[in-house]
Design a protein. Structure first.
Lengths: 462, 506
């Protein structure tokens, strides 16, 4: 127990990077807010006033020393596996999905509540059944894997029903972290887009969910839409053989989460307009429209659950004009936890976004490197999406221009992963100028990978 | 709180009677707009921001000028034959100051040097630098201690909002509204109890001030301690102001007094101007002023010759500023300037035993204005600036040099990136009374020539140095206040017999 000196909850720090200097008449203030949470993954559980979590943390003590990142028994996870008929083409896909689910179950820490759901045009409980969650230990893990063997492919795809069942299973659990893992291989053909949207709306904020598309017959926007709405990650696993590894990583990530329902709170003074608020690292996620008012001039933006990690947010506000030499607070950014039992929300940390008007042109014309970098990364994501859309609609010129710009941005910002994905869709003539030619033949997997991962960003080299 | 209209002391919403928090713009229960409620509570609105952290007991005490007011020295003037040009001067290395044009006119040092080296300090040992008319006020922290006892003015955020927001008694203390009419400056003690209540924003008068120093309503920064600082210590006074165009005050000063080993008093003023293009210029100037002051006091009390003490003090200040560079810059909040080590200028003056000693690096200046305004004033320092170098080298005349965009680029400063620090020092032995004005370029940009400076300085400066310093700051603000403004006013009085003997030798 080397961590007795550490606090039991992660510590959040907020760093603001901005050029606060505005020229005379300047109104737009941009800031990159870096939020880092530390200490959570290594504290050996969060004590909460519930008997189950107390006993769970006691039982998890042995694995605490074994696991590298420490246990997080105060969590519940539902794994949703696509069992539609297409999963049998080829038959290895279903086998890999079973193996991946088994690997994910093996990654569950002792004490974590879990369930497995099979998804078709309806959702069925595979394990443990009767609307309950199992508590992970050697025997429940074995039982779950036994149940997986009975999974077979057949039926349609209605992702909304899977999410609603996961929500019903997770809701009664007395835990801090509620998480879902969703695997699909096909389009959401057996319910309307509206039905999926309604399902997402109803479960949004109740649990977080990572979504994965396996193969190349699924719809990128459906999978990324689920992950985005439920504040999780989206990715492609083009080769089913890679599923087990991906599931293991995803579950490890879920096990590292310590605090759920953290909100980014933005206070702005009278007369200040919000331009936008978006997460820009590790991936671009637009948050502007997801604001919920939390008081006069105060709004909360959801960020989901946090382990030991660091994320960057780009906040843009427009302040009223003020004279040279004036200084004002343009926004206060804080991280808040919802109140336990109706009290005031807990403020974890906060940072200040300032505006200072100066006639020093050297000061006011400088662009903060972080702001410049993430402005470029956001444009990169948009350029890729627009370029791929143009390509799909047969607009070769538009696609060439947009993807060329994307290549240029990826090269200049050092986003090597995205540059590599782009090079599978276009032939790069000159990255520096963004001169590219569209490839005549592009593998579906490459195009879908690029589209799914277009929002991935790299951080500024410090 | 006291400004609430509710008799029970708890404000309630006029619409739904929900209890309110001070400073709320809207009712938390029904959303009723509360602007009228607050604006209808004058006690809050009338409270000058000036009074923050300020107890009435600590209010600035003006010297009781009327009656004992000295006005000028003109009554003593007859019989004096000395002129500013005849001020004896001694450069630190014994050499003549470089040739120059304009108002920097000092005579050859030879006769004075001998006298000063002769240690004739004893001859004027009974000199009291306090002007006869001004009772030395026992200002806070007197006696060898230095400091920047400050008074935050409401003008800190500048602009019309601040001015308009000061309907109360505190407004007159703001140099922006101070009129240079002798005797008209009111004492500005705050209303009793004013400092204890809510800190209302000086800009919008609606929101409270949060822990970070910003308004909870409009977000405006509140005046900070260094935005406007005043200090009066016996016969010396200094005022520093952020000005109208800069967002913070990067100037700093220190005034103090010491006792020489023989018990005679010495008065010290140090003024520093942070270099804006460097990191943390405000820290640099504060460190330089404090360490130079400390070093000067220590040296004078040990009996070191003022000119040597001045030299040592500037070296000490240079070391203090250089050591700031060792700390990692608070860096990324000012990425465009994090390359530069903290830097500042320094100028200081010491009046002791009838000797006026000045020292400087950079472009902050000392002016000498005789109490007898019939005598010519003089500038006692030579800028370390591009323009001054051009003029000194004979490459340009003064008008051409100062018209150049590079004119104000300084060629000497304190800081880790400074070239070899060579303090300039000079000693003068004026044979008539006068006032020493120690200032940053935020002032002299608006009164560059010695005649202009003398014109801006009130006639009763020797008797009311704090008032004079405020008037000079007001002069700079009226001119546009483009830079931080700092000025120390240091009266120099010559005891009668000393004056006669000095005159006799010239």
């Amino acid at each position: 127990m080397a961590n007795l000196s550490k606090s039991t909850a992660p510590r959040f720090s907020v760093d603001v990077y901005q050029n606060e200097f505005l020229p005379e008449g300047g109104r737009e203030v941009n800031a990159i807010v870096t939020v880092t949470s530390t200490g959570g993954g290594t504290t050996g559980g969060v004590p909460l006033p519930s008997a189950s979590s107390a006993s769970a943390s006691a039982s998890s003590a042995p694995s605490a020393s074994a696991a590298s990142a420490g246990p997080s028994p105060d969590a519940a996870v539902v794994i949703m596996v696509d069992c539609s008929g297409s999963m049998d083409y080829p038959p290895t896909k279903m086998r890999h999905a079973r193996d991946a689910t088994a690997a994910a179950i093996d990654t569950l820490r002792d004490g974590v509540a879990f369930a497995v759901v099979s998804g078709t045009h309806v959702a069925k409980e595979v394990f443990p059944g009767q609307g309950r969650l199992a508590v992970a230990d050697a025997s429940t893990r074995a039982g779950a894997k036994e149940a997986l063997r009975r999974l077979s492919a057949g039926g349609g795809t209605a992702i909304g029903t899977w999410l609603r069942l996961a929500d019903r299973l997770l809701a009664p659990a007395d835990v801090a972290i509620r998480h879902g893992i969703l695997l699909t291989d096909g389009r959401n053909e057996h319910e309307s887009a509206d039905a999926l949207r309604a399902a997402l709306d109803s479960v949004s904020g109740r649990f977080t969910c990572d979504a994965r598309g396996v193969g190349t017959d699924w719809e990128v926007k459906e999978v990324t839409g689920v992950a985005s709405a439920l504040l999780g990650t989206a990715d492609i696993v083009a080769d089913p053989a890679g599923l087990a590894e991906d599931f293991t990583r995803m579950m490890e990530n879920a096990m590292g989460k310590e605090v759920a329902d953290v909100s980014l709170r933005l206070w702005t003074p009278v007369g200040v307009e919000i331009g936008f608020v978006k997460q820009v690292a590790p991936a671009v996620e637009e948050l502007t429209g997801r604001r919920t008012e939390a008081g006069p001039r105060v709004g909360d933006y959801p960020t989901g659950s946090w382990g030991d990690e660091s994320r960057d947010y780009h906040v843009c506000v427009r302040v009223p004009e003020a004279g040279i030499g004036q200084e004002m607070l343009a926004a206060r950014v804080s991280l808040v936890l919802p109140a336990q039992g109706g009290g005031a929300p807990e403020v974890l940390s906060h940072g200040l976004v300032r505006a200072v008007w100066t006639d020093d042109l050297a000061a006011s014309t400088a662009i903060n490197p972080q702001v410049a970098h993430y402005t470029g990364q956001a444009e990169l994501a948009t350029a890729i999406q627009q370029g791929l859309d143009a390509r799909k609609s047969g607009d070769a010129d538009g696609a060439t221009a947009k993807l060329g710009r994307a290549v240029q941005l990826a090269a200049s910002s050092g986003n090597a992963d995205t540059a590599k994905l782009l090079s599978k869709v276009v032939d790069v003539v000159d990255a520096a100028t963004g001169t590219v030619r569209l490839k005549a033949k592009v593998a579906d997997a490459d195009e879908m990978t690029l589209e799914t991962r277009s929002t991935k960003t790299v951080r500024v080299k410090k | 709180m006291s400004q609430m209209p509710d008799p029970a002391g708890r404000p309630v919403c006029p619409e739904c009677a929900e209890p309110l928090e001070s400073g709320d713009l809207f009712c938390g229960a029904c959303g009723h707009d509360l602007a009228d409620l607050w604006s209808a509570s004058p006690p809050a609105g009338d409270r000058p921001t000036l009074v923050m952290n300020h107890t009435p007991a600590a209010a600035v005490q003006w010297p009781s000028a009327p009656g004992t007011e000295r006005g000028t020295d003109r009554s003593d003037a007859p019989g004096r034959a000395c002129h500013a040009e005849e001020l004896p001067v001694l450069e630190s290395d014994g050499s003549r100051l470089p040739p120059h044009t304009g108002d920097f006119e000092l005579p050859a040092p030879a006769p004075a040097a001998a006298r000063i080296r002769g240690g004739e300090a004893a001859a004027v040992a009974d000199t009291d630098p306090t002007p006869p008319g001004g009772t030395p006020t026992d200002a806070p922290g007197t006696g060898g201690t230095s400091g920047t006892d400050s008074t935050a003015g409401p003008g800190g955020t500048g602009g019309e909002s601040a001015t308009g927001a000061a309907p109360g008694g505190g407004s007159a203390v703001d140099p922006r509204t101070t009129t240079p009419v002798p005797g008209s400056v009111p004492v500005g003690p705050p209303a009793p109890g004013g400092g204890a209540g809510a800190k209302l924003c000086v800009a919008c008068r609606t929101g409270r001030v949060d822990a970070d120093g910003y308004c909870e309503n409009c977000g405006h920064a509140q005046p900070r301690e260094r935005d406007h600082m005043e200090r009066e210590l016996g016969s010396v006074a200094a005022v520093s102001d952020r000005g109208l165009r800069h967002h913070r005050n990067e100037d700093a000063f220190a005034v103090s007094s010491a006792a020489l080993p023989d018990g005679s008093p010495a008065v010290v003023a140090v003024v520093c101007d942070g270099v804006s293009s460097a990191t943390r210029p405000d820290d640099a100037s504060a460190a330089a002023a404090a360490s130079a002051d400390e070093s000067l006091l220590a040296g004078l009390e040990r009996g070191t010759h003022p000119q040597q003490a001045m030299h040592d003090a500037i070296v000490a200040a240079a070391e203090a500023v250089t050591s700031l560079a060792a700390y990692p810059p608070s860096a990324l909040d000012e990425p465009h300037r994090h390359q530069n080590a903290p830097a500042c200028t320094i100028v200081a003056a010491v009046v002791a035993n009838g000797l006026l000693t000045v020292g400087w690096i950079g472009d902050s200046r000392v002016y000498w204005v005789p109490d007898d305004r019939g005598l010519p004033p003089a500038r006692l320092t030579e800028d370390d600036s591009w323009a001054a170098q051009m003029v000194a080298a004979g490459l340009m005349n003064e008008a051409e040099a100062y018209a150049d965009a590079r004119a104000h680029a300084i060629t000497g400063w304190l800081g880790a990136d400074a070239y070899e620090v060579e303090p300039h020092t000079a000693s003068f032995k004026p044979d008539h009374s006068g006032v020493v004005v120690v200032c940053t370029d935020g002032l002299w940009n608006y009164a560059e020539g010695a005649d202009e400076m003398a014109g801006a300085l009130p006639d009763d400066a020797a008797a009311r140095p704090l008032h004079a310093a405020r008037v000079l700051v007001g002069h700079a603000l009226d001119g546009g206040g483009h830079d931080n403004v700092t000025v120390a006013v240091l009266p120099f009085a010559v005891p009668p017999q000393a004056a006669e003997s000095a005159c006799a030798t010239v």
